[in-house]
Design a protein around this ligand. Structure first.
Ligand SMILES: [Zn+2]
Length: 480
């Protein structure tokens, strides 16, 4: 308990130190933090709080009707079914969600205060959540907020440059993982942390001890206002299904089957990955990859999509095979039998962070050499394959019976530095895959051009092997 308070103090002191406050103000804040655990939270609807009706009438309705205040800021719609009353030492604060635009992930709360000294004030606090918050709130409506925030005091005509928002967080056991549980329902310990917001919107982040601290604090922090403290826990109005809002935010015309799949809670993290990707890569290429990755994930949910590298780890199960021959590393350059040298580059898989530069079956390396040499015989000078990018050998997540595990499979994702997902089917891909079919120990040959599998056991080919994905790479495996 003691150490937790000290941690909070450290956070507050850090904030205030940069504000150049005098020591008296710092002292005041410390005392306030120490006594704020007497906070009571009650949830209910508008009619369950008789004092709220008066407050709302005086602070909002009357202002709307006052002719001298021709100001749109008093016009908004509230969700009267979802209200949190916070009481602390005789001061009362009501937090009410404001019904906003349907296609936004940002949201606003109206906070009405009724202080024991008679002061009544209304604030609109707006929140711009980050993806982590959206993830948390999708499973817990009381999840702690991270993102950026700003506020308007509806009672003040002059624009104020600084104010305080006080967040309550559940710090049960002091673990951040527990701090998201609903405050007031099963939470064993509530802490309140005060954040100063001045001229601009500092980003609010959660630190290692599970408490809030602004990661950046705005300029001009000496002008601290008195008596404007607000106690509020953000209420995310769209908690019913944040998936829909993120989906709308993406502004991608999905098919209804895709949209329905993306709305499933188990796919929410994937949906947020798409959002993060599209936010920085809003190109046709990127959209194509998003659509492709959805089709692969829908067919094979345990595929792992690496949006940064436009690569999908697609499971390719086979019958269990133990390779008895020798293994070695794929050399760079890789020297073909005709003496030509091929540049080899390696990568690392998202799922395990491991490099693809691992030992593989010598017969697999011989197969790559054979296929490149044969392909180059059919390619014109400028089209010849000079380099291969190896994304997977034994690295990555593969099914237990996949040939990757035993070092007899390779995933090639780029030819001459160009990603297959970007180039589409080229002559190089066609010739390389055709040549792979002719390698004496070929097993699987799955890629953008064809999906062939040879069964040594039955000496037969399947020329339409039903494996998903592989538009972004050639999976080539051998069996001796
Ligand atoms: Zn593979």
């Amino acid at each position: 308990m003691k150490s937790r308070i000290l941690r909070i103090l450290a956070v507050i002191l850090l904030i205030t130190a940069s504000c150049e406050n005098n020591s008296e103000e710092i002292q005041n804040e410390i005392q306030q933090i120490e006594v704020q655990n007497g906070l009571e939270l009650v949830t209910g609807n508008f009619d369950q709080f008789p004092e709220l009706k008066d407050l709302y009438k005086n602070l909002i309705i009357k202002k709307r009707n006052a002719s001298e205040l021709n100001n749109k800021k008093y016009y908004f719609e509230i969700d009267s079914s979802n209200i949190v009353k916070s009481s602390f030492e005789g001061d009362v604060f009501f937090t009410i969600p404001i019904i906003g635009e349907i296609n936004q992930t940002s949201f606003e709360n109206l906070v009405l205060t009724l202080k024991k000294n008679g002061l009544k004030e209304a604030y609109i606090i707006n929140y711009e959540p980050d993806n982590d918050y959206l993830k948390r709130v999708s499973t817990n409506p009381f999840a702690y907020f991270t993102g950026s925030t700003g506020s308007t005091n509806l009672n003040s005509l002059s624009s104020k440059s600084c104010y305080f928002i006080t967040y309550t967080v559940c710090t049960w056991s002091g673990h951040p993982s527990n701090s998201g549980i609903p405050v007031g329902s099963g939470c064993e310990h509530v802490e309140t942390v005060k954040i100063e917001v001045c001229s601009g919107e500092p980003t609010v982040t959660i630190n290692g001890s599970g408490l809030y601290s602004p990661s950046s604090v705005g300029e001009g922090q000496t002008n601290i206002l008195q008596g404007t403290d607000v106690i509020t826990n953000p209420i995310y109005l769209k908690v019913i299904n944040p998936h829909i809002y993120v989906l709308n935010e993406l502004k991608i015309p999905f098919k209804s089957s895709e949209a329905n799949w993306l709305k499933r809670s188990e796919n929410f993290e994937f949906l947020l990955d798409i959002l993060s990707f599209i936010e920085v890569n809003n190109t046709i290429e990127a959209l194509d990859f998003v659509k492709y990755s959805i089709s692969v994930k829908m067919a094979v949910p345990n595929s792992i999509v690496d949006f940064n590298k436009l690569f999908i780890e697609t499971p390719t199960p086979d019958t269990k095979y133990i390779y008895q021959g020798a293994k070695t590393y794929i050399s760079n350059p890789l020297t073909l039998r005709n003496g030509d040298k091929i540049k080899i580059t390696f990568d690392q898989t998202k799922s395990d962070g491991k490099s693809s530069n691992q030992q593989v079956a010598i017969d697999l390396i011989e197969g790559i050499k054979y296929a490149v040499e044969a392909a180059n015989k059919n390619l014109s000078g400028s089209d010849k394959i000079l380099g291969l990018h190896i994304f997977c050998t034994t690295n990555g997540t593969h099914s237990a019976t996949s040939n990757h595990g035993n070092g007899t499979a390779v995933d090639i994702s780029r030819i001459n530095g160009k990603k297959m997902i970007v180039t589409g089917v080229t002559n190089q891909i066609k010739e390389l895959q055709k040549a792979m079919d002719n390698y004496q120990y070929v097993r699987e040959n799955f890629g953008p051009f064809l999906k062939h599998k040879y069964s040594k056991e039955s000496n037969s080919w399947n020329y339409n092997y039903p494996v998903k994905g592989h538009k972004d790479h050639i999976h080539f495996s051998i069996r001796k």
